[in-house]
Design a protein around this ligand. Structure first.
Ligand SMILES: [Ca+2]
Ligand SMILES: [Ca+2]
Ligand SMILES: [Ca+2]
Ligand SMILES: [Ca+2]
Length: 360
């Protein structure tokens, strides 16, 4: 089965968790942060740039129109291949062009950085007896940067102060949920010691991006944890998904074990404001993620999720947190063996108008 399609579908649970101060930032009223898994990933390096080099790509136009109609001030796009050239091409040929009468949108600021996807690890990480291919990369991907991410913003991004956590090693997280090979008595031994010296936590990257909102710094904490599926009984992706989510929970707690790609240690100071965003691939009520993963953020004492979902559920549908199971996931599971959709996913989309978005 084609992996890219599956990954694109495995959206989820994401939690753009909004700190109360965000809505009060600046003097201009509310500031809107959004996260959108746009599936602007392609099957080969260079293809996204080719597609965006001219207007007329239907998918890109649809994505742009969605953004234009929702009009967030700061936007994370998940599944945008790491191709710096594509950042401007998407602005020039799609965001700044009207689609079906929508108003063009201008983002003066943007940020993109490398992703672990498709970067060869040199190890047999899936233990299939050979080295190479997407499953042995630091993050699943058919080429370097596939399924990356980009941020667009109406407010200045303090790029000099951005912290990236692409190379943080999974084993350096205290109490890491390292996967176990169930066929052996030793615990947490799916990866060899040599592999654990290299294995990275982030399946794409984790970025702390300070955004200057009229003089107030808001840290936009973005990532795209792996889907918890596409693995075996060792659940190496489920456990990784859990710890990728946990990373931000620890970060906003000020954890001092965390180091960034520049070798600077420390989490976010308690005085700083933040928004956590991204397709977390984890549903608090349903699906294949490790139970409790999404709750690490949703129930975190520093996170205010009182406003999610920010709009009432669609008529006839319960709100996310009232729903014991998510019916759409059944539909989706029948066609795509991903975890789930809906419920918390609404928090991850640009247009949180319904509790459970349709499968796409
Ligand atoms: Ca191995
Ligand atoms: Ca392998
Ligand atoms: Ca074992
Ligand atoms: Ca799994």
């Amino acid at each position: 089965m084609k992996r890219p399609t599956l990954l694109a579908a495995a959206l989820l649970a994401a939690v753009p968790l909004v700190m109360t101060p965000v809505a009060q930032a600046g003097d201009t009223g509310d500031v809107r942060f959004s996260t959108f898994n746009a599936s602007l990933n392609r099957n080969a390096a260079g293809q996204l740039v080719a597609d965006l080099s001219t207007p007329g790509n239907v998918q890109a136009a649809n994505v742009a129109e969605t953004i234009q109609r929702v009009r967030p001030d700061v936007l994370l796009v998940n599944e945008f291949d790491h191709a710096p050239e594509a950042v401007d091409l998407f602005r020039d040929n799609y965001l700044e062009v009207s689609h079906h009468g929508s108003q063009p949108i201008d983002y003066p600021y943007a940020y993109i950085a490398p992703s672990n996807t498709g970067v060869p690890s040199g190890h047999d990480l899936d233990n299939n007896g050979s080295i190479g291919g997407g499953n042995d990369a630091y993050g699943f991907g058919l080429f370097e940067g596939q399924y990356g991410m980009v941020v667009y913003s109406k407010f200045p991004i303090d790029t000099d102060a951005v912290r990236t956590f692409q190379t943080f090693r999974w084993a350096d997280m205290p109490g890491a949920m390292l996967p176990d090979n169930p066929a052996t008595p030793e615990p947490a031994d799916w990866f060899s010691a040599d592999e654990l010296d290299d294995v990275r936590l982030s399946s794409k990257s984790h970025w702390d991006m300070p955004i200057d909102v009229d003089g107030t710094t808001i840290h936009f904490l973005v990532s795209h944890p792996t889907p918890p599926v596409f693995d075996g009984p060792e659940d190496r992706n489920g456990t990784r998904n859990h710890d990728e989510i946990r990373f931000w929970a620890d970060y906003v707690s000020g954890a001092d074990y965390i180091y960034d790609d520049s070798g600077v240690y420390g989490g976010l100071p308690a005085t700083e404001r933040f928004v956590i965003a991204g397709d977390q691939n984890s549903d608090p009520l349903d699906g294949d993620s490790v139970p409790g993963s999404a709750q690490l953020l949703l129930d975190h004492p520093r996170v205010n999720d009182a406003k999610t979902p920010s709009r009432p559920a669609a008529p006839g549908r319960p709100s996310c947190r009232e729903r014991p199971t998510c019916p759409t996931s059944r539909t989706r599971a029948s066609t795509r063996p991903t975890s789930t959709t809906g419920c918390a996913a609404v928090r991850a989309t640009c247009a949180p108008t319904t509790c459970c978005p349709r499968a796409t």
